[in-house]
Design a protein around this ligand. Structure first.
Ligand code: NDP
Ligand SMILES: CCCCC/C=C\CC(=O)/C=C/C=C/C=C/[C@@H](O)CCCC(=O)O
Length: 329
């Protein structure tokens, strides 16, 4: 019998999450039935979506939602061999049993030298978010100017690099000088610290006096209200997320977008990356190739220890991560 550890949502988040909202439980796992496999989590992901989705998808006492890179430790399923690595979405737990239907094997050409944790970030859901958000929603074209906020994060850092590969000028913002330095290191044309600029409007205008063709919005709120006024005619806004609002007990006043939307004939579209689940292999293949070629750089914020998952989650929401926030079990 294997004893798994799992983090459950003890109490729904009110405002900014607290470590006391979580509880650590032990779960005795049964022996495998035919067709099942036993897996141990090696890396776990902490993502912003967990904050709003927990209220929508979970009840108190549930295991926290989330994804992991896991190793198969026992198999009664001929399609999966012991020792293989997969991406699962079994939540915050150290071990779990699966029938294999909810697992994604890592690409067969995954280089030994590449950290398998990238399957949770640059070569995983966040990377796919950047890939499809840029190609299918922004519909970026060479020579255009792309703006992305939360630019040093799991999604934003890939957006900027893919936009450079796509022949665009790229402007990014992030919440620390170290993150800004990183953005310039990975090829952003302009980058600034939105927390320290005297005027966001002026910083955006200085970075691109002609304005923006594409705005990949990860943050929402006041940033979106200001940025929308600097869009070029026929610009496209990909509403990827609104992390500035996830912890609000009372929703902020929305940005008044109607005037610039009409005068500049803008397109603004919200999306969730699962829309393109049927093209997952296409995206992962492209992302893996660019990483191997060195055209897409990555950075991971690694927290050691399963017991530190809540802290890693809170840290990511506070902006303590540069690149993808993951937990190494
Ligand atoms: N639509 C979809 O399918 C998907 C959407 N997303 C969304 O993309 C966004 C980025 O996700 P991801 O890359 O995983 O996360 P990140 O790795 O970027 O981590 C979150 C970052 O958001 C920034 N942030 C946190 N709070 C605020 C705030 N109040 N105002 C401004 N910035 C803030 C911080 O960076 P900083 O230092 O810059 O403040 C923090 O590091 C999120 O909104 C997420 O919900 C992610 C995946 C899929
Ligand atoms: C203020 C409300 C904001 C609503 C938008 C919230 C989040 C957008 C976002 O971050 C979406 C992320 C989607 C992630 C999808 C991940 C899947 O690969 C696996 C998710 C696991 C699961 O669905 O349980």
């Amino acid at each position: 019998m294997v004893t798994a550890k799992a983090w459950v949502l003890k109490k729904h988040f009110e405002g900014f999450p607290k470590t006391s909202d979580f509880d650590l439980k032990k779960i005795e796992l049964p022996n495998l039935k035919d067709g099942e496999l036993l897996l141990e989590s090696v890396f776990l992901s902490v993502d912003p979506y967990m904050r709003p989705y927990s209220r929508r998808d979970m009840k108190e006492g549930d295991i926290m939602i989330g994804t992991q890179v896991a190793r198969i430790v026992e198999s009664k399923n001929p399609a999966f061999t012991v020792g293989a690595f997969v991406v699962g979405s079994s939540g915050w737990r150290t071990h779990f049993i699966s029938d294999g239907k909810d697992l994604q094997l890592l690409p067969s050409n995954w280089p030994e030298s590449l950290p398998k944790s990238l399957a949770l970030g640059t070569v995983g859901m966040p990377g796919l978010t950047a890939y499809f958000g840029l190609l299918e929603v922004c519909k970026m074209k060479p020579g255009e100017t792309v703006l992305v906020n939360a630019a040093a994060g799991a999604v934003g850092s890939v957006v900027g690099q893919l936009a450079k590969i796509g022949g665009c000028k790229v402007v990014g913002c992030a919440g620390s000088d170290d993150k800004v330095a990183y953005l310039k290191e990975i090829g952003f044309d302009e980058a600034f610290n939105y927390k320290t600029v005297t005027s966001l409007d002026e910083a955006l205008r200085k970075a691109s006096p002609d304005g923006y063709d594409c705005f990949f919005d990860n943050v929402g709120g006041e940033f979106a209200s200001i940025a929308i006024n600097q869009m070029k005619k026929y610009g496209r806004i990909a509403v990827c997320g609104a992390i500035s609002q996830y912890n609000d007990s009372v929703p902020q006043k929305g940005p008044y977008v109607q005037v610039p939307m009409v005068f500049k004939e803008l397109q603004m579209e919200g999306f969730v990356v699962t829309r393109w689940n049927n093209r997952r292999e296409e995206g992962l293949k492209a992302l893996l190739k660019w990483v191997v070629e060195g055209k897409v750089k990555y950075h991971e914020q690694v927290t050691e220890g399963f017991e530190n998952m809540p802290m890693a989650f809170l840290g990511m929401l506070k902006g303590e991560n540069l690149g993808k926030a993951i937990v190494k079990v």
